[in-house]
Design a protein. Structure first.
Length: 124
């Protein structure tokens, strides 16, 4: 469903996923070529109506957050990215991602090695 959102709704949703929770003003500040305050609140209300965003009252202001788990949204977005740009190859996508960062931290290398070892065991 997220893929089918209009550009601005998707932008707001992605900002909320990155921030985890935010007021309408904070969302507006994070937007490129931000629309008016009322337009941002309207976008947030649309996302609430679609069940993608939740809100709660905190100190007389609404604080918004993504309703689905961010991990689930990230996984869906990553699957679409891998299908679209890497012909479904997770290895090609991982190689491209690793090439974007000049140096990996030792704990990142260890985490990657554990995943590779697990994949190797499952393939046997």
């Amino acid at each position: 469903m997220i893929e089918s959102l209009p550009r601005r709704e998707r932008e707001v949703f992605e900002i909320l996923c990155g921030l985890e929770e935010a007021t309408a003003a904070a969302v507006r500040n994070a937007m490129s070529d931000a629309p008016s305050d009322s337009a941002v609140r309207t976008l947030l209300a649309r996302l609430v109506a679609k069940g993608l965003v939740a809100h709660k009252a905190v100190n007389q202001a609404y604080v918004y957050s993504p309703a689905p788990r961010t991990e689930a949204v990230a996984e869906t977005a990553l699957q679409k990215l891998v299908q679209t740009f890497f012909q479904g190859s997770a290895a090609s996508a991982a190689t491209a991602l690793l090439g974007m960062q000049p140096r990996l931290k030792p704990d990142e290398i260890e985490a990657l090695q554990r995943v590779i070892d697990q994949a190797r065991r499952e393939a046997e």
